[in-house]
Design a protein around this ligand. Sequence first.
Ligand SMILES: Nc1nc2c(c(=O)[nH]1)N[C@H]1C(S)=C(S)[C@@H](COP(=O)(O)OP(=O)(O)OC[C@H]3O[C@@H](n4cnc5c(=O)[nH]c(N)nc54)[C@H](O)[C@@H]3O)O[C@H]1N2
Ligand SMILES: Nc1nc2c(c(=O)[nH]1)N[C@H]1C(S)=C(S)[C@@H](COP(=O)(O)OP(=O)(O)OC[C@H]3O[C@@H](n4cnc5c(=O)[nH]c(N)nc54)[C@H](O)[C@@H]3O)O[C@H]1N2
Ligand code: SF4
Ligand SMILES: [Mo]
Length: 892
Amino acid sequence: MTKEVELPYDMPNGYIDENNVRWRYATCHFCHLNCSLCVGVDLATDKIVEIRGNHRNGVVLCDRMGEKGINAIKMHYHPKRINHALKRVGKKGEDKWEEIPYEQALDEIAAKLGELRDEYGPETMVVSEGTYRSDHLWARSRFSNLFGNPGNLIDPGQVCWCWNYTVNMAMVGWPVEGPYPVSPQHTKTFVTWGKRSSESYGPQGPLWRGMSKALSPYRPAADQPRLIQIDPVCTTQSLQADTWVNLYPGTDAALALSWIDTIIKEELYDEDFLLNWTNGIFLVRKSDNYMLHEDELFKGGSHENFVAWNAKTGKPEVWNSDVCYWKDADADVERVLRGTFEVTMADGSVVECYTAFDAIAERTSHYPAEKVAPMIGVRVEKILDSARTYATNGPAYISWGLGGGDQAGDNATNCCVAKTILRIITGNIDNPGGEYVGEPGPLPDESGIKTFPVRDCELELAHLVTPERREKLLGNNYRIMGWPGFEAIGKCYEKMYGIPRPQVHQLLGNTQACWKAIEEGDPYPVTAMIAWGSNPLAWAPNTKRVYECLKKLKLLVVMEYWKTPTAALADYILPACDPLERPFSGPGEDANDFSLYGDRASTPVGDRHEDWYVFKGLGCRLGQEEYWPWETYEDACKFRIERTPGLDWDTACQTGTYFPGPTHFYKYAEKLWNGQTRGFATPSRLAEVFPTVMQDLGYDPIPDYVHPYESPERTPELAQKYDLRLTTGGRNSTLYHSENRVPGQGTRSVQPWPPLHIHIEDARARGIRQGEWVWVETTRGRIRMKAQVDQGIKPGVVLAQASWWFPELPAEEPWSQGVFESNANVLTPDTEDGLDPMTGNWWTRGLLCRVYPCIDAEDRSDTYARAGDFENPDNQFVRAYDELGFWDVKKM
Ligand SMILES: Nc1nc2c(c(=O)[nH]1)N[C@H]1C(S)=C(S)[C@@H](COP(=O)(O)OP(=O)(O)OC[C@H]3O[C@@H](n4cnc5c(=O)[nH]c(N)nc54)[C@H](O)[C@@H]3O)O[C@H]1N2
Ligand SMILES: Nc1nc2c(c(=O)[nH]1)N[C@H]1C(S)=C(S)[C@@H](COP(=O)(O)OP(=O)(O)OC[C@H]3O[C@@H](n4cnc5c(=O)[nH]c(N)nc54)[C@H](O)[C@@H]3O)O[C@H]1N2
Ligand code: SF4
Ligand SMILES: [Mo]
């Protein structure tokens, strides 16, 4: 037994303690939070023996790490981890493998990729990713761009933050949509909108600790904030909330529109902010809600400029977007937020216009609380009260959350735009306690010299993707996430920040378009996939389709920790380094204004390599040598901080998080080096309540509402048969997506089986008992889950936790590690009619299902069962369990 040691406060990186344990600062990436860790390696055995949070950063280890990192250490050395390259030798699905040298695997994969590129063109490759799981995203873009690929990337970012991020960039030039305010101590109203702040990431994380502190009853009364919780399920937050808005899943956009309507009708908006800092004052043609440009009013005018009504002159006034001011710098302008005006166009015609703000008001007037209440299943006064609190008790913050429209298919953009309109019209933009507008670093001055650490966007080489190639992106027709939107937003980004817009997860191919290309060769054959940090059989909707597509590929390479159901279908499985054995350097998907650093804490086990190494390795074998000058990943990490004065590697790791400049608010009002007002990184340089990027891409910029994909309103016939509203997701702290289920990791014990949350009334009506296995069925198929029966969910709604598979089951068919047994995505649709036309978002919430016990309720009812049954060893109870044969695979 070694003695417990206290680490020095200013512990240098690489410190060796009295037990001969070496401590290095690493960046955890078992979730998005990237906590800074101190990882202790026993130098005698070269094994990790203990992990602590970097107390300088206030890190407390979460449930997934366990006390002293015990769970992470078990995971790191788990006997089931993939430690060597595996090559498939049997048929796909037979689970037969040969261990081969790592470099040989790269040779063979590169050769095959080269062959397929020659035969089908470089667009034949698709990359599949998961949520943000490493700092290597730039390396994937770099490899793929150099390979000649259009950027074919499928990723859950289409239903998780990234698409939302993009819409926010179109409106305010930065992703304000975040889980948590930058300065919660100033927030007077928290709106947690479909976000499980305590479980998602975990109650020990800075997010929930910060929020709990802000919500503490021990704060002085005057400082105590309000909490509005919007969720059909009762969560820890609902219990603390002033108002719990328990709406039907998938109806969030209607609530958001109703809030806007209330705020406008009751004039609770921030008129000053709207007049001076938003495009709410610009003129919109009434007949078709088209925002006018200068060239439509004046011959020779610019298409990038807009027009507002000047009450002083009674004429339109031109806004020069390029300089963020009126075109006539001396004009005496009295801005108007509301009103209808006759405007003469360049061709002499006169059109009736109103302000963009009025256009929004017109649309939202169709969603008064009285009308919305029965649609969302919430009382009128609750809608009105919550809207009033949000608007009047500021600074207010609306959190990002999957429930808040993130996975609402063709309602998703509606919801996201509506929420950001709310943020803007209440002036909660870049104010302390409100929605922080970040920046990549100090903005460039005349010299253009950058001192902030190298961003992902600077390493991706997006400019190498030619316009012809861009056209080939699968799913370019979902224009916000394809190249058209990328370019439109990128122009504003580059102008403001002096660096290109990051691709990372902001440019996405469309998942369903990818499946179609595999299935039908339309518009061209997709034959190769590299899946890394991704288990598409768990994340993507319509699991059965995904399974068939993965089997059809000519080359599937999976970089993984485990033999997941996706990996089990691969041609090659490459063992990946986890965060305890790789260094870290980067600003977190280029989405933060800070950068994170961590050292390689321990020697990689077996042949595990960083994902970066694969992209470099394949790149170099495919003629990209000159673009991969870094020998090791450490070299690449260190390169990123070379230009930053005063930042050396050890200090960076010790600090964990490096801020290139102080957090500052109201940046839009600052002056740039050239004397211009900074404004926002949008086409008009104003906060765009009316996102003109959407208009330019041919979409309606004003949000509207469609009923949930399956609902009594949209599919009344289906609702007769499938009588419960289904939502999926619902994280809990110990599990991370499809991870942490491998027995022996210490993380499956709290929630060992897939839960279906159901209200007690609904359970009773169906003869369902607490803890019992039930079938959950949609028109796509059925899965088995364990009923969690209580009163903590809206009656008529069930919540199926997502991402379930059973690593303890055989990987070969037909078991496939239970990926069809309890995986919520067997139930979710991916048909085009439900996809969001702007982003390709699909529905995982707002569906219909029916639920019934796996054992016929009759079979076990007291009336049916006779007392004599107890003497019969072959009684119906025993038979029922036998027949159930839990791992029933016949239905496949
Ligand atoms: N421990 C852990 N932490 C995680 C993850 C994990 O898997 N495990 N995943 C990470 C990732 S990638 C993400 S995206 C985040 C997600 O984190 P969250 O956004 O918190 O995601 P969920 O828990 O799926 O859903 C949040 C809440 O939405 C509610 N909800 C369901 N449907 C609806 C609806 O239609 N409307 C509304 N308003 N609410 C609804 C659910 O009841 C749930 O309480 O968490 C991250 N952190
Ligand atoms: N129905 C429904 N579907 C959903 C959701 C939902 O709420 N409901 N949530 C969606 C959301 S928000 C998300 S983000 C996705 C999650 O989708 P993913 O992020 O793909 O999550 P996983 O399915 O767990 O697959 C990730 C895999 O990557 C591996 N891995 C982890 N880290 C690394 C690494 O650094 N390198 C490599 N090579 N491998 C690594 C893990 O072992 C795991 O098998 O699911 C989405 N799907
Ligand atoms: S919350 Fe836990 S899993 Fe996430 S980064 Fe921090 S320590 Fe790692
Ligand atoms: Mo996610």
